[in-house]
Design a protein around this ligand. Structure first.
Ligand code: ACM
Ligand code: ZN
Length: 506
């Protein structure tokens, strides 16, 4: 059976169940009942039934397919997951306008609590309808988090009532790398209300990110007081690492950010708020009297220590309003970070050691090692088969502590337009969905035997995915693909990025 993510156990039985438009659906609300019935176009046929019940069981859901279908799940969310599995079965066995699904028993449970997808809407802006398509797809494959990266150097993308300039100024840039074509866009508060509701119906929690203290040129362009020297800058049109970070020494910065996060918290009911922490050069802080004074007053040793102080103050505020913070792995430094933070691991190499230490110290971890999870990497750098290699590292990290889950980020510096976006995201996201959900995921060959049904399902959702072949390019096209990707990064701003990179760990 071609189910992605692979269920924990399938026991095949004799016979078939005919799923048709006459199949009576019992125990689902109208939304789910329609979702199940309309996934593919079925004709009227045999009268039989598909019955859903919530009960206390020690797995997420169980589906018994015989003369009728009986589903038991331990929650409404488990019912939703079972519906997704049955949709994939209907599609796989759809012939002559019925589905003759082989009788079987499916027992299923999830491995990780957090199964996420991240979309960067700052470097390029994506419409609510594109995001809804992504929600349709990730929920079909039993993911449960959509992390929206809403603030970065190249744009601020959400309307806040208290700070109109964040969108009047911060959501617009003059062009991209000198092309002179303005890029703009933001979500209104009613867009967000609509999106959160849409996601909730599909058991997806939307986690907003305001990246701090770095990647904040759009914030500073809107409100220059946030800069150590009050410098007036423009929303960035080049990519890379920028030195314009918010001042960690001025009290007014903290007040501003609390007001921003307070308004964000009201819009997103999610338990977690992501507050970034990646790639924050200390260039400005090293020249700022307020920052130096804060270091002295608080007995801090380094500028990295000042970043920990800054993040801990933001975390203290988030805790006071009942939210759980998530940060990128650079925000964890020398054991100074508040234990309430969940750390998102994206950078490999030496930093993997830090992550092991963080796990041992009791921090929760979301796994997003760029080597296996970054969807902005072209298929020549990250072929889908390589995503499966994350299993070994995740299993080894689990020995050290609490791996909370996995997330696959899609940065959009080099991705402009829905078609390209969806081709980068899919089918790789299906591999990450399997690693997040399956207690015993298949290896890549096993996954490959099921992928055609996954691609067909994406097609039903109006998503033109890359093919399995495109997702695993051959050596020659990989070589040129890699060259092209890195050549693109060479521009007049590269020396600035290199300089700033050196100032991250001060
Ligand atoms: C990141 O990729 N800078 C989190
Ligand atoms: Zn400062």
């Amino acid at each position: 059976m071609k189910i992605i993510p692979k269920p924990e156990n399938i026991t095949m039985l004799e016979g078939n169940f005919t799923f048709s438009n006459s199949t009576q659906i019992v125990g689902l609300d109208e939304f789910l009942s329609n979702d199940l019935r309309k996934f593919v176009d079925l004709k009227n046929g045999e009268k039989n039934s598909c019955v859903f019940t919530v009960a206390q069981i020690d797995e997420d859901y169980r589906i018994e397919i015989g003369e009728n279908i009986y589903v038991v799940a331990n929650s409404n969310e488990g019912i939703f997951h079972a519906v997704q599995t049955i949709k994939l079965l209907i599609l796989e066995y759809y012939k002559n306008e019925y589905s003759y699904i082989p009788c079987c028993i499916i027992d299923d449970n999830y491995k990780y609590e957090y199964r996420g997808f991240m979309l960067d809407v700052c470097r390029h802006f994506y419409s609510i309808s594109t995001i809804k398509k992504i929600i349709d797809a990730i929920s079909l494959f039993k993911m449960n988090k959509l992390h929206l990266h809403l603030s970065d150097d190249q744009g601020f993308r959400i309307q806040l009532n208290r700070f109109p300039l964040l969108t009047d100024i911060g959501s617009i840039r003059k062009g991209t790398r000198g092309d002179g074509k303005p890029v703009s866009g933001f979500y209104t508060q009613s867009d967000i209300v609509d999106l959160v509701k849409y996601a909730k119906e599909r058991y997806i929690e939307i986690i907003p990110e305001i990246d701090l203290p770095g990647h904040t040129s759009a914030l500073i362009a809107s409100y220059p007081d946030l800069h150590c020297k009050g410098k007036e800058i423009e929303v960035e049109e080049y990519f890379g690492i920028k030195e314009n970070v918010v001042c960690a020494g001025k009290e007014s910065t903290y007040q501003f950010l609390e007001d921003v996060l307070g308004e964000i918290a009201k819009l997103f009911p999610s338990k977690c708020i992501h507050v970034g922490g990646d790639e924050a050069p200390k260039t400005q802080w090293m020249e700022c009297d307020d920052c130096k004074e804060t270091i002295k007053k608080n007995g801090l040793k380094t500028y990295m220590g000042l970043q920990s102080y800054f993040t801990n103050r933001i975390i203290k505020y988030l805790k006071s309003i009942g939210k759980t913070p998530i940060v990128w792995n650079e925000a964890y430094h020398d054991g100074e970070l508040d234990k309430a933070a969940t750390i998102q691991f994206w950078a490999d190499g030496r930093k993997a050691q830090n992550v092991k230490r963080a796990l041992k110290e009791g921090y929760k971890l979301i796994y997003s090692n760029n080597k296996y999870c970054y969807l902005d990497h072209p298929y020549s750098i990250l072929p889908i088969k390589n995503s499966f290699k994350a299993i070994n590292e995740m299993n080894s990290l689990m020995q050290f502590g609490n791996v909370f889950g996995i997330e696959t980020p899609l940065w959009t510096e080099w991705i402009n337009g829905e078609d390209k976006l969806l081709k980068m995201a899919f089918p790789r996201t299906l591999a990450i969905a399997e690693l997040g959900w399956s207690i015993a995921p298949g290896d890549y060959n096993d996954f490959k035997d099921r992928i055609d049904n996954g691609l067909d399902a994406l097609f039903v959702l109006d998503i033109a995915s890359a093919s399995e072949k495109q997702a695993n390019p051959n050596i020659v096209s990989s070589f040129f693909g890699i060259l092209k990707f890195y050549a693109k990064m060479i521009d007049k701003e590269l020396p600035r990025t290199i300089r700033n990179f050196k100032n991250i760990k001060k």
